[in-house]
Design a protein around this ligand. Structure first.
Ligand code: CUA
Length: 180
């Protein structure tokens, strides 16, 4: 009964059975193997993006996106007149997530490299580039910077992959990649 003290006071100083040590060793070694696969998939499997992350003030970020859009806007698209922005190759390009859109539409050149900045003006969103296997969490207050070089031309869809309220399913955007 638990109200009585244990019969053997020093119950933890039992010798551990050989078999148990053996299994602990296997579990530990397997843990190391699993851990090293994370590193290996990052280096050779190209599974995770090598991104940079910085703290940013959401309003300051919105201002930077708007400044880029004003400067490099080439046309408008769709019923809502979303600006299509064609920034110079090699430059920093900004994409803003907010309830419930990806803004603006970026037009990039194939084979050129860009530093793509991603952040949110309000809630947490998920940047998912269709049909590639790229998926990035987008938080207000943090900006992710991904260096990328589009290798295929065409129009790529962006969908929000993080539930962000009633308009979540409508939160879709676009990146055009053109051949120059
Ligand atoms: Cu933004 Cu879901």
């Amino acid at each position: 009964m638990a109200i009585h003290p244990p019969v053997t006071r020093i119950w933890w100083r039992e010798p551990v059975a050989k078999m148990e040590i053996f299994w602990i060793a296997i579990a530990f070694a397997w843990g190391l193997v699993m851990f090293s696969t994370m590193v290996a998939w990052h280096i050779w499997g190209e599974q995770n993006l090598a991104n940079e992350a910085y703290r940013v003030n959401p309003e300051a970020y919105v201002a930077r996106v708007e400044a880029m859009a004003d400067k490099y806007k080439v046309r408008e698209e769709g019923d809502s007149g979303v600006p299509v922005v064609h920034p110079p190759p090699g430059s920093d390009v900004y994409l803003l997530a907010r309830l419930w859109q990806w803004w603006p539409v970026l037009e990039l050149e194939k084979g050129k490299s860009y530093r793509l900045h991603l952040s949110s003006a309000d809630w947490q969103h998920g940047f998912s580039l269709v049909p590639t296997n790229i998926n990035i969490q987008v938080h207000p207050g943090y900006e992710m910077v991904v260096t990328m070089r589009p290798s295929e031309s065409g129009t790529f869809g962006i969908i929000c992959n993080e539930f962000c309220g009633i308009g979540h399913h409508t939160m879709a955007g676009k990146i055009h990649v053109v051949d120059r």
